[in-house]
Each structure stands twice: as C-alpha cells, then as structure tokens.
Design a protein around this ligand. Sequence first.
Ligand SMILES: [Zn+2]
Length: 831
Amino acid sequence: MTIYPFAKPGRGFVYPDYDAKYPPSYDYRIKHYKLSLWLDIDDRSINGEAEIDLEITNEQTRWVSFDGMELVVDSVSGRPEVKDWRYDGNKLHIQVADKHPKLLIKYHAKPRKGLYFILPSRAHPNRAPQVWSQGETEHNRYWMPILDHPSIKCTFELIAYVPRGYTVISNGELLSVNNDDKWSVWHWRLDKPCSPYLFSVVVGVFDEIKEMYGKVKLGYYVPRGWKDKAHLSFSKTAKILEFYSNYLDYPYPYSKYDQVVVHEFIFGGMENVTATTLTDLTLHDEKAHMDYSSDPLVAHEAAHQWFGDLVTCKDWSHIWLNESMATLLENLFVRHDKGEQEFIYELIRDMDDYLNEYRDRYARPIVMRIYKYSNELFDSHSYPKGGLILNMLRSLLGEETFRKGLNKFLKKFEYGVADTEDFRKTMEEVSGKNLEWFFEQFFYNSGHPALKVEEEWKDESKKLLIRIKQVQGDDSLNTYILPLKIHIKIGETIKEHTIDLNEREAVYVFDLDARPDYVCVDPFFEVFKTIEYQRTAEQWAKILLSDKHVYCKVLAARALGSIGDLRAVEALSQAMLKDDFWGVAAEAAKALGEARTEIAREALLSALSSIKHPKVRRAICDALGNYRDDKVCDALKKVLAEVDESYYVRQSAAISLGKMRREEVYEYLLKFINEPSHNYAITIGVLRGLAEIGDERCLKTILEHSYEDKPTIVRSAAIMSLGKFPGRREVIKVLQDYSRDENYRVRQAVVAACKELMAPEVIPILEKMAENDLMEMVRRSARDAAEKIRKNLEKGVEYKALRDEIERIREENRRLVERISLLGRVPEHKG
Ligand SMILES: [Zn+2]
C-alpha cells in the first residue's frame, strides 16, 4: 500500500458531487464480437445485429450485462437459448444457460452520439454525406451493445450495409465488398484483440491513395477533390511508422494503417486500431504548408497504435499511459525529423499549455480516480504535462534504458492492458533503479516544482554561490527531489555540474578560476519545473545572444520582454533578426510586443521588411497589436493585403489591426472577410479584428457570421468573439440561443464567450449547459466557467475594468523605464 504523508490532491478539479471510480470486474469475457450494421443515412438511423462469442469465467455467473445507451433492443437469442433478458435503457442484462454462450442481439437506434451522421447543410449544400463513429471514451455504447471499458479486449468484425456508391472503412482487414440491388456490403475483420472504444466505422465518398510501408498497407482517404493535396498531410506516414518501429524496437503491430479524413469531426484525430479518423481541418494547400503542418497530428495518432491500441490503459484514470506517451513520441519524431531545437521548443510550448491550464483552471494528480466523466481526464495534465514527465524520465534513465523499458512494457502487455504501476515496475526492472519517488512526485500528486535561482560571485575567494529555492505553492509538494544539471559559462568554456536538489532551499558553492559570464540551470529542459532568476537585462542579453540552448534563450527572451528597458529591447531586436532558430526569433518578437516601447515598435516594424520566416512574421504581427499608431497601422494593412504572405501571417495582421481600434480599420478589414484561405484563417482574423474594435457595425458583421449558413469553424470564431461585447442584452440573448445549437463546437464557443464576458447574466446559460449538454466536455467547461464567474463576482471584481486598468499602468511603466534607460545610455545610442 502506498502511504501519502504529504499527498497533494490538487485544486479546482474535483466538485463536491464527484466520487472515486474504480475499474469494474467482469465474470465473463468477449472472445469475438461480430456486428452487422444497416445504415439509413438520410434517416440518421441504424439497425444492428450483434453476435457475441462469450466465455463465462466464473461458474456461479448466470446473468451477464452489456452497456448500451438509448438503443431499442428488438430481440435477444442465443445458442444455447437464452433464458431471459431485460433492457433498462443503458444496460442490457441477459440470463445465459452455459459457459460458452453465443448471443445474438437485434436492435435499432437513432444515435445522438457515438455515431455521427453528417448530411448536407445550409453551409455545405453539396457535400456528400458521411457517417463516422467516435468511441472514446464511452460513446460506442450509443450504437452497439458492448462491454464498454478499456480493460476489455476482443477481436472485432464488422459487416456494414450502406447504399451503393459509399465506401466503408473499419478496423483490420477488408475481407470483401459485395453489391446487391440495394446495398453495398463491406466486410471488415480485426484478428488482434482490441478495446471496444477503438472500434470504428466510417462511411463516405472518398478519394483514396494507397502506398506500402514494408508489408504494411497504408491508405489515405480524403473527401473528393483533395487527392492532389493529400500528400501535404500524409507523405510522412511511412517515415513516422518506421521511426517508431525503430525507436521502440517493436514493428508496427498490424497489417494495415488507414487514415480517414472526415467532416465536422469533434476532435483532431482518433487512433482507432488500424483506422485513424482525422478532422478535415488538417487538409491544406501548398501555401498553408508554409507554416501549417499535419505531421504532429499524424505522428500523435500513429504513436497510439502502440501506446493506446496495442497496450491500452487498464482504466481511464491511467489515460496518461496512452496520451502522455503519444505526446512524447510525437515530440521525439519532431526531433528525428527536424532536429533538437524544434524538439526543445515543442517541450517549452507543452509546458506553456500545462501552465495555462494550471493557472486558469485547476491542478490535479495525473493518475486520477476522482472524476465525473472520463472525458474530463483528456486535458493538459494527461497530454503535455505527462509528456514532459516522461521526457524527464528519459533523461533520468538515459535514452537507451528508457527505450529498453518501453520495449519491455510493450512486449509484456501487448494486446492487453496495463496501469501506472505496471509501467513503473517495468521501468524499475530495466533500469535497476527505484522509481517510487519519481512516480509519487509527478504522477500521483498535483502541481510542479517552481525554482528560484540566485547567484552570488565572491571576487576575493573566487567562489560562485548558487542558491536554489523551491517556491511552489500549496497545490504542489513542499519539497521535490530534483536532479539538475548546471552549466557555468566562463568565456568559451562550459563547466557542467550535476546536483541533487532535495531541500526547500539549498546553496551550492563552486570554486572557479574567473568570474563566470552566466549560469544555466537545466539547459536542456530535462526537468519538469518552472524557473526564475534574479538577473539584470545585461545578464539576460548575454544569454539570449550567445548561449546555444533553446531553453535558456527562450527564458531570456521572455525575461527581457518584461524588463523592457533599452538594453533588453536592443538584445531582443538582435535575436529576432539573427537567431538561427525561428522559435527564438519568434519569442524575441513576442517579447518586443510585451516591451511596449517606441524603440521596440521600430524594431518590429523594420524586421517586417527583412524577416521571411512566416512563423516569425506571425509573431511580429501579433506583437504589433500592442502598438497603436499610423506607422503600425499602415504596415499591418500592407501585410493583410499581400497575397504572397502566409494565411496565418495575414490572420495575425487582421487581429492586430483591429486592436488599433480605429474607425477606418472597419472598412479596411471588411474588404478581406471573404478572402479564400486555409480553414478560413483570414475570415476568422477579420472577425477577431472586428471584435477588438467592438462597435455596433462590428457586432452586426460578427453576428451575421455566426449563422447556420456559415462553416462551423467560422461560426465558432464569430461566437467566441461575442465575448468582447460586454453589457449588451442582444449578445446574451444570442448566446442563450446558441447554447442549444446542434453543433458541439458552437456550444463550446458559447462557453468561451460567456467566460470572457464574466457577467452575472451568463451564469444561468452556463448552468443549464453544465446540467443538460449532450457532450460531457461542454458540461464540464460550462460548469468551470460559471464557477469562475461566481467567484469573481463574490470578490466584487469588475473583471474587465480591472484588466484594462492593469494594462494602462503597465504601459505607463514601460514608457518610464524606457525613458530612464535612455537617459542613462545616451552617448552610446545617439546615432
Ligand atoms: Zn491522443
């Protein structure tokens, strides 16, 4: 038994009505599940016949139960004949006669979720219909009676009857396609055991592209008309599978791998065994390819074929075993494909994502039993935080040992399930190390270490003192054990030291030959933590401009952005222009936006004419949104009008133009509202820009783009923008209407807008959604938003007013700092 002398259960994740969920025990197992499915696409309905090959594992068992939500069960029969059955709307109970019953369940349904019918709409009148399933977490039970838990593993067979002209994609091998007068009959079979949430069916009219990776058949299915662009999204698939096969020393486990692109998908992608489903938002043209890539999504879902599909988490509380692992592997592919700098920058942005969730919403242990909906666990704790912790484990054990551990884990649990302890023990076996301290700190407790570093140089004794304090708050452990590398830079040499921090505060003394230039703690960002230093702009500038490590340079850029004095701006400008990695250049640009000084603005403006990298240009345009004058306005207008710019650079320009809050900008932005672009990036940029201007005309245009005749992604952006229109009754009314919209993304946008409005009037809307929404994730985010608004109101905070006030003070402060630093350094910077 694990003892928690200092357990940190988190903050803000658990509501009073939540309780612990434990994995169920089953006295029977499914050996094989065969589903015949007739799809009436226009009617959005199905008829099904499930043949279930069952084995009773407990002599005493007479009744078996299956999950099945909102089905109409027509009959249950079997061999031997079933004695009795009853269905209560969410469970089907069957009395069986012997140990190896073969059951036949006939049913029909009009699924509200789990199986989605995408028919032509006002926005897309000519789109060919599609049907696709989304099982994870517990939604396949809405279209088939099944034991719907990840701990179940069985083989699966699907015979789908669809109107002629449609293609059906499912798990495993396609055995046959037969056409009669009425139906096209597609027979798929997966011979490897798999968890039911990974069963999949997709029906549609597709262009197909086939290729081989060794003996594995690869298939890419895209909506008609996308065939010649599909390679932009999928050309790296074979390279990705090969990389994982080598890295894990475990070949791709199945005989084929299909990726199917569908409309209106509710996630980015879903790793159904051998048949990944992906959102059509990932398709793009050559111009979008300048700064948009499907590789991370493709790599993430492919990684799941090992972690998630081959080995599945035993229970949702261990979902990190699927998601953190896929996040890390996706990042390791980035390293393999694009190099170390891109990899480290991915880690840094993962940290940003986690910290956003931690600061804005909640902290929880990664392994979490207390929840209401299993979907709630799919958050920035399960993905980026867990990925960073696994990366830390990789550094701690060494890459070779870590890889051996992953390989052993896969071999031990292949086609089965595993939990966190299984993983820990496997890693302990291969490394010979005890890892309880590590798992306890990072998987079983909430929060993270927050370090504060102070340096002191003793010139007489030539000693460097480094004081490291752990300053993390109450939702994190009081003291973490952290192995840390320290780089001390003196001239051209770097001295590397390793320390084991295990106190709340510790001082390390180093004897050196000369005064060091600077010190970097954890230069490779191997340790999961935040870090702060007491440093001057001069010291940070030296790091930004001369260090080799992306992590150190990004910390420097961010620190310099908040210092914002002349030296800071000068260093940032130089890094923006000269750094060989776009990530550092983009961070420098962003920091110049934060600095909000005239010199910073000039630097950004002039960089716009020399810097070509679209991701840096995007950061520059974003940063210029913090400045309001004619020159900035003209420059942004030029960018928005330039057809050779990337779509996303133009989007940023449109948003920043809106932030100028000028009358004339309205007309200008409007000229580009129908500009063709990837995923309506420019249209959305214009809408967001209009929201920044915030007047009546803007509101009218935004509302027009929220209507049903617009594509989902545009509607969502328009509705989210309503959050920028406080105190208007018509906005509240519209949000109320859209809170019942059929489209899940629209309802999510309503929650986001309400959250931004922070007004008491939206609380009833949110409360209703928290209670009734069809999708669990919407219920949760609506509840969080309502809670947050209520708390703010209690504090008597006029949220928006406060925010504006802070903004104003910050700006004044920057100007002051700049003036002072200018005075101090006039001779150097006159010309
Ligand atoms: Zn995933």
